[in-house]
Unconditional design. Structure first.
Length: 94
């Protein structure tokens, strides 16, 4: 381990749970790109956190990969990192 690696804690990669689900299913970024009719470059930028996922695409990937839609926040957290709690929605007037 280099001195730099010892000094700087390694930060988790964005969309870690999505990446794990893709690996479990032997899916490559190119497979996701074909399914979404997007470029591999676009999918790569999304997975690295350089571009935001479209929520419609997030739900489509959840369905395609057989993941529960109620867990979309776990697979597509804000900014790619699941370090924060999901927002609590309150019903007003109901």
């Amino acid at each position: 381990m280099t001195r730099r690696e010892q000094q700087q804690p390694r930060r988790a990669r964005p969309y870690a749970k999505l990446r794990a689900a893709m690996m479990e299913r032997d899916l490559l970024q190119s497979d996701v790109a074909i399914h979404l009719r997007r470029s591999t470059d676009y999918v790569s930028k999304c997975i690295r956190g350089n571009t935001s996922w479209d929520m419609g695409e997030a739900y489509e990937l959840m369905r395609w990969m057989g993941l529960p839609l109620r867990e979309v926040y776990d697979y597509f957290p804000p900014d790619g990192y699941a370090e924060c709690e999901p927002p609590v929605l309150k019903v007003v007037g109901g």
